[in-house]
Design a protein around this ligand. Structure first.
Ligand SMILES: *Cc1c(COP(=O)(O)O)cnc(C)c1O
Length: 388
């Protein structure tokens, strides 16, 4: 088995995984790991969840793919579910987070044309954001390391510091067609937008007739303890981008729009695989499990327990300077080198990733157990004792 034919776009850990069960993964040598990466916030029900296996089995016997020239039951049911749980009324399906962002950018640009003029094309985005790596999404991803080798990028994008209301007011004018923001920045360091800031984004978008886009690709689908992240912030965006956890591990993306933003017409945008019946059947099963199945209602309690246990071990070890985030999207700003810390965890059978240079990101499956949280805290305690 050669690894040479995989393009080197990731610095990979030296491990090959073969199978998984719940929050556990097993490598080709049979070594067991606790998975607090979850495919980067994708495997919200852990690995090999029976509801997902069942949905794949049942739907694959009926219909795997048809063209978007026709309706299928599963995409209609999924769109209805997403609209019932939100304040919105139409959905576009695609296959990934970055594609959801591309679609939202196109909606924003068309909105600007309809409501203003050719000059109404400015999109405001946040420093340290992450929205994806295709050319449109990259242009609104506020991190130089991702942008620098790929200029010139899409024009009209302006970045600001998150939570700086004065700066936002000063840059805003009638040529802005959209603001795009992650309610909690995932990749960029688990930085939360304040409610006041999101309210100001909403107010300025209303004042200048622009669209407010929330990127809930990482923080949505239950991770904060509500199906939609915006519900935690009491600010309603016009467009919500979803992906990652929506189908529990199968590739999917979605744009959820309110009436004002539902402006795309036949031919404006499309996707061959978007709304694929197999993937949508799995997403329907995942949403049912998270909501009716009670997974989401347990998140707040598990989050509190996790944070309390972390504070407990930190009382002696003092390696955590700050615990960031909310629900089961948590970040530990530590005073130990993050790479060394993560590698030590890996050696002890725990998978975690970073969020920026100084934060360890914790993304357990949403159905993680208290015992598994205890195991992870014990590993952190052991690693910190060795490194402090
Ligand atoms: C992962 C991520 C994306 C990009 O999603 P892909 O499926 O990798 O294209 C966009 N926005 C946020 C907030 C993400 O975490």
């Amino acid at each position: 088995m050669s690894k040479e034919n995989i393009m080197h776009t990731y610095g990979r850990f030296d491990v090959t995984f073969e199978n998984g069960m719940g929050s556990r993964l097993f490598d080709t040598k049979g070594k067991e790991y606790i998975d607090f990466v979850s495919g980067v916030a994708v495997n919200c029900l852990g690995h090999s969840h029976p509801a997902i296996i069942n949905a794949i089995n049942e739907q694959s016997k009926k219909l795997i793919h048809i063209s978007n020239y026709y309706w299928n039951t599963q995409h209609s049911v999924l769109a209805e579910k997403l609209c019932n749980y939100s304040d919105h009324n139409s959905v576009f399906f695609c296959n990934s987070g970055t594609e959801a962002i591309e679609g939202a950018i196109k909606i924003a640009r068309k909105y600007g044309k309809i409501k203003g003029s050719a000059d109404k094309n400015i999109i405001i985005y946040m420093k340290n954001s992450f929205h994806g790596r295709t050319m449109g999404a990259l242009a609104v991803t506020g991190q130089g390391k991702y942008q620098k080798d790929f200029v010139p990028l899409m024009g009209g994008a302006r970045n600001v510091n998150i939570n700086d209301i004065e700066e936002l007011r000063s840059i805003f004018n009638e040529n802005v067609c959209a603001v795009i923001i992650e309610p909690i920045q995932g990749e960029g360091g688990i930085n939360s937008a304040s409610i006041e800031y999101l309210r100001e984004c909403r107010a300025l978008c209303d004042k200048h007739n622009a669209l407010l886009i929330f990127d809930e690709v990482q923080c949505g689908i239950g991770r904060l303890g509500t199906l939609f992240a915006y519900k935690k912030f009491e600010v309603i965006p016009d467009l919500i981008c979803l992906a990652k956890a929506l189908a529990g591990g199968l590739p999917i993306g979605a744009i959820v729009a309110n009436e004002r933003a539902s402006i795309l017409q036949p031919g404006d945008h499309g996707s061959t695989f978007g709304g694929n019946p197999l993937v949508c059947a799995v997403a329907n099963a995942v949403i049912d499990e998270l909501t009716v199945g009670g997974v989401i209602s347990s998140i707040e309690e598990k989050s509190k327990y996790f944070v309390n246990r972390l504070n407990e071990i930190n009382g002696k070890l003092k390696f955590i300077n700050e615990i960031r985030g909310s629900g089961l999207l948590l970040g530990l700003k530590i005073n130990i080198d993050v790479k060394t810390f993560i590698n030590k965890c890996f050696e002890k059978g725990l998978l975690v990733v970073s969020a920026g240079p100084e934060v360890v990101r914790l993304l357990p499956p949403l159905n993680v157990t208290v015992e598994e949280i205890d195991n992870v805290v014990n590993i952190f305690e052991a690693v910190a004792s060795e490194l402090c």
